[in-house]
Each structure stands twice: as structure tokens, then as C-alpha cells.
Ligand binder design. Structure first.
Ligand SMILES: [Zn+2]
Length: 304
């Protein structure tokens, strides 16, 4: 484990402790046993789950984070199988439809033929978003850490690149979905991505909203008393940055990015499947709850 003594968002060293419990403590121990299905070793037991809040930008984060060796152990040994076939089985028609809506939204935002759009899927995972963007004709690049996922990405046609080698001002759109909550050095990564973003480009950062979890934790003072759904956004060792809307916006601002409120006509125009009653309600409500109320942790950013 290694310790982060400055805010990983704004670099302030003015921090307040939100919660602390040893990795051997009862609440954390039972979470680890359930979440990792008995695969977790005792590698972290001598350390503490220490959640702190930055007094400057309000970002909550875990102070002690896994080093590279432990990260490798967690993601390749502890995490229960995330095989491609299982991931595919879990994707429903509505999931694919929502991906399509998001890709259509981006293409409409720029108002140019899809073939002229250069996009980067940062942390492309099993390439669901990338494949959708390719289906719409975009020129798709991707960055991934896992060798297995890189092989898969190449096999479906993603131009796989390294973060360090990203060309300057290249990409119209950069997609990040459930990535920034995992990064031990999120600032350095966003800085690099902002440099690779075209002057009129758009970057999506979507992370779990830790706001309700942090409120519950403050009220109960016991991680073990939280429901699994409330433990998830502040998951020990994995979701080491716990954003809410305000701290996510502050994070972008510290690197010269401003949030862009999506155009509602374009959001609705790219939403599909509206003729089924259950979809109509979802399609009408989602632009509001995702981009207006409550203030969410899915934000489109542009250069300020
Ligand atoms: Zn900060």
C-alpha cells in the first residue's frame, strides 16, 4: 500500500478525516469476504481504510491506496471472473440502446459526418462503447491496461494507444466510463487527456455518485452498516476517489475544463425506443435525472 497525503484532484494538503477502519476490522473484513468471494488475501490487513475529504475542492478519497503489485493482485486475482462472455450476457437491449443514444448524441453535438470524428475510449474495457462508436462510423482509438482486454480491443478494430503517446489536440471526443474513481493519480491522467482533446472537443467523465454513501457513512459511522449499494461508490481499495457532482466539476475546473450542459433537443432526438410505454418514461426522464437533477456524476466537459 502507499499513502496519498495530498488531494489527488487539486493537490491541497488540507484534509479532514471522514472515516477510518483497519482492513482487519469487522465491517471492512465482511465487505472484503463478500465482494471478493473469499479470494482476498491478507495483503492489506496491516493498513487502514482511511477516507478523507479535501478542504479545498471537497473531493473525498482513500488516503491509503494499493501499490502496483497489490493492484495487480486485486484486479487479476481477487476480483471474481469478468470474462467477456459473462459481460456480454449481462448487456440487455436497453443497455445497447443507451450506448447508441450516447454515441448519437456526440455525433449530433459536433454536427459533422461521423467519419470525420476522432474519438478516444479511455479504459475501453470490453469495448462496448468503442464498438458502438465504430458502428456509427467514428474513428476509434482506445487506451486499456489489461493485456486480455487490449487483445480483444485490437481484434474488434480499436486503434490501441498508450496514455503517454496520445497526440496533442487530436480527439473530438474522449469517453471515460467508470474509470476515474479507480485511479490513484487521477489528476495526471486528466491533464494528459485534456492535452489530447481538440480545442472544441468534449470529454465525458462518468463515475459512481458517492454523495449519498458519504452522507450515510457520516450518519452511521460504520462502513459495515451500509448496504452493498452504498458501499459500492466508496469501495475499499477500488473506488479510491469518491466523487459527487460538486467535486467532479471542481476536478475538471482545476485542469481548465468546464462542464457543458447537454442540449435537450439533441438528447431527446438521440433517444430511441420511445414507442414502448416503459421506454417512453425512461427516455423522457433520463436526460433530466442524468444531466439536471439530482446533480449527477456524469458530466460532459469542454475546455474552459
Ligand atoms: Zn482537492
Amino acid at each position: 500500500m502507499k499513502s496519498r497525503n495530498q488531494c489527488p484532484g487539486c493537490l491541497s494538503d488540507s484534509l479532514s478525516v471522514v472515516y477510518e477502519e483497519s482492513y482487519g476490522g469487522p465491517g471492512i473484513r465482511s465487505y472484503m469476504a463478500r465482494h471478493y468471494e473469499g479470494n482476498a488475501s491478507s495483503a492489506a490487513d496491516a493498513c487502514s481504510y482511511e477516507l478523507v475529504r479535501c478542504n479545498s475542492c471537497t473531493l473525498a478519497f482513500q488516503k491509503q491506496v494499493p501499490d502496483d503489485r497489490l493492484l495487480d493482485e486485486i484486479y487479476n486475482g481477487w476480483v471474481p471472473g469478468t470474462e467477456l462472455d459473462r459481460t456480454h450476457r449481462n448487456y440487455s437491449l436497453d443497455d445497447y440502446r443507451y450506448l447508441a443514444e450516447q454515441v448519437q448524441y456526440v455525433i449530433q453535438y459536433f454536427g459533422v459526418p461521423p467519419g470525420e470524428l476522432s474519438v478516444l475510449d479511455f479504459g475501453f474495457g470490453w469495448a462496448h462503447w468503442s464498438r458502438m462508436a465504430m458502428a456509427y462510423g467514428c474513428d476509434v482509438y482506445g487506451v486499456e491496461l489489461s493485456e486480455e482486454r487490449i487483445r480483444h480491443g485490437r481484434s474488434v478494430g480499436i486503434k490501441v494507444v498508450e496514455l503517454a503517446d496520445l497526440p496533442a489536440k487530436k480527439f473530438h471526443f474522449i469517453h471515460t466510463e467508470q474509470v476515474f474513481e479507480h485511479l490513484t493519480e487521477p489528476r495526471a491522467v486528466l491533464e494528459r487527456l485534456a492535452q489530447a482533446l481538440a480545442a472544441d472537443g468534449l470529454i465525458k467523465i462518468s463515475v459512481p455518485n458517492a454523495g449519498p454513501s458519504l452522507k450515510k457513512l457520516a450518519r452511521h459511522g460504520d462502513f459495515g452498516a451500509l448496504s452493498p449499494a452504498h458501499q459500492m461508490p466508496i469501495a475499499p481499495l477500488e473506488h479510491v476517489n469518491a466523487f459527487n457532482h460538486d467535486s467532479l466539476v471542481a476536478f475538471g475546473k482545476t485542469l481548465g475544463l468546464k462542464p457543458v450542459r447537454p442540449n435537450f433537443f439533441k438528447l431527446y432526438n438521440s433517444a430511441s425506443g420511445m414507442l414502448a410505454a416503459k421506454n417512453l418514461a425512461r427516455v423522457l426522464a433520463r436526460p433530466f435525472y442524468r444531466h439536471i437533477f439530482p446533480r449527477s456524476t456524469f458530466v460532459y466537459f469542454a475546455h474552459a
